[in-house]
Design a protein around this ligand. Structure first.
Ligand SMILES: [Mg+2]
Length: 262
């Protein structure tokens, strides 16, 4: 069995939100006199613009995005985002979610092939995995700049299956990128829904996925995305997860269930 993991929001918190981006906004604001909120909007706008243009790799190239945005504020940016990531690779800017080490250690001991499948460039993600002590669990880290496409493109999922014909399970928290992407590529989708409704807590991952309210909850996940309209081919019926988990420990149970089912 090949198990691919989304990283941000599933296994780890990356340092962009509380470290890298606030630093970048502050520096550009100091040098331009502009409001940091305007800079925030410009950064998000530039990332969305790239997605809308279909330039899915450039949409995650933060060094280039920040350079372009800084220039629009007449600031000449020459700091390396990868270096800033490394600088902020300390708590509280980064952390592992509960159950991560246990899950990865269990799956790895059981002999499954584990790969990371992330839209974050390698230079931004590897230092975080390393600092958190989980880099070695992954046989590969599949990233957009190395493959030429990004999630939710099925080609990105196909690239993550390189050199293996094992059945593929993907675990992720974003409905569009992880669930829809995995479904379209023929992988089994496990949706990590960090905010499980109260009455779903006692249900099994399969029961939640078959619950009458699932369509509404998946739709809410789509609506919360940075750019749902960046994916005009998206249809709700194709974005339904096969399993819904509220905690990573449930992933272990699903895999054992699937193995027993053959
Ligand atoms: Mg994620």
């Amino acid at each position: 069995m090949l198990i691919t993991f989304d990283l941000d929001g599933v296994l780890m918190l990356n340092p962009f939100g509380s470290g890298v981006f606030p630093y970048v906004r502050k520096r550009i604001s100091e040098q331009s006199g502009s409001d940091p909120q305007e800079i925030r909007k410009a950064i998000t706008g530039e990332a969305i613009r790239r997605q809308l243009q279909g330039d899915m790799v450039a949409a995650y190239d933060w060094d280039d995005i920040i350079r372009v945005v800084a220039k629009s504020f007449e600031v000449n940016w020459n700091e390396s985002i990868a270096e800033l990531v490394e600088r902020y690779c300390v708590p509280p800017h980064i952390k592992l979610y509960p159950g991560v080490v246990e899950l990865l250690a269990n799956l790895s001991e059981a002999g499954y092939t584990l790969r990371a499948l992330t839209n974050g460039f390698y230079i931004y993600q590897y230092p975080v995995l390393k600092a958190l002590g989980i880099a070695n669990f992954f046989e590969r880290i599949v990233t957009p700049e190395n493959v030429g496409v990004a999630k939710p493109d099925p080609a990105f999922y196909a690239a993550s299956r390189e050199n293996t014909t094992l059945p593929h399970i993907h675990v992720g928290d974003n409905v569009i990128h992880d669930v829809w992407g995995a479904n379209r590529s023929g992988a089994i989708s496990i949706w990590v829904h960090n905010d499980l409704p109260e009455d779903w807590k006692d249900k099994t991952p399969l029961e939640r996925a078959k619950d009458p309210s699932i369509a509404q909850i998946v739709q809410a996940g789509i609506d919360a995305d940075l750019c749902p309209h960046c994916h005009p081919k998206l249809v709700l019926s194709e974005a339904m997860p096969l399993f819904v988990v509220g905690h990573l420990s449930e992933v272990n149970e699903i895999i054992h269930l699937l193995m027993r089912a053959g």
